[in-house]
Design a protein around this ligand. Sequence first.
Ligand code: UDP
Length: 257
Amino acid sequence: MNRRRRLYEGKAKILYEGPEPGTLIQHFKDDATAFNARKHDCIEGKGVLNNRISEHIFERLAAVGIPTHFIKRMNMREQLIKEVEIVPIEVVVRNIAAGSLVKKLGLEEGMQLPRSIIEFYYKSDELDDPMVSEEHITAFGWASPQEIDEMMSLALRINDFLSGLFYGIGIRLVDFKIEFGRLFENEAMRIVLADEISPDCCRLWDVETDDKLDKDRFRQDLGGLIDAYQEVAKRLGILMENPQNEPSGPRLVTSRE
Ligand code: UDP
């Protein structure tokens, strides 16, 4: 069905050549993976929801001055993005103890951290994305000290903005993972937010009930992943509930243009 050249296929997304030089198409699949793909499933509708949620978040972030790779959503599963050189580092920001931090430091899940904590992981499937320090990153040339400063400063701005955005809709932003890319424009290079921000890469807990509205539903076999992602989309205002003339169930709002 797709006649475009496929450049890269990851666990949850495919990248295709874009219509213009310097652009790519990012396609969101329904695949869900965890524990470095040792657990894998296909969850119908996940890609459509993540495409829409990530679009919304990237647009909101751009509106407050965060540079991103996002250009526009093209259809239910695809968005047009600027081609960037991905920095091979996953940047994790944590506000509340959960996941690997709880295991590593023996903390109680749900504990408010003394302050937001930034961690770096080297992107390598073979090595299971090991945690690395700034020393490793600069010594091995994965990013320069200036790039690390820029990524940390953007990560904290993104955390502040998204914590407020989610709190306003009754959701606690526990932690999240982001990726950055180098955008080459007019002989200059700058660091921009890339990849996606969706419930696949965030921990989102309901403020009232502590219900998990993120990929932990899949990791921990809790079920109801699509319902949870739909709930996030609904609260963000990008899903209409029982629109007129529709028999039942929530439906994606197709266009905001
Ligand atoms: N995360 C991610 N991709 C990864 C690893 C982590 O998106 O390959 C996200 C994860 O969803 C969570 C945050 O980064 O929101 C911190 O994850 P953690 O280090 O606790 O690892 P996990 O417990 O998810 O393995």
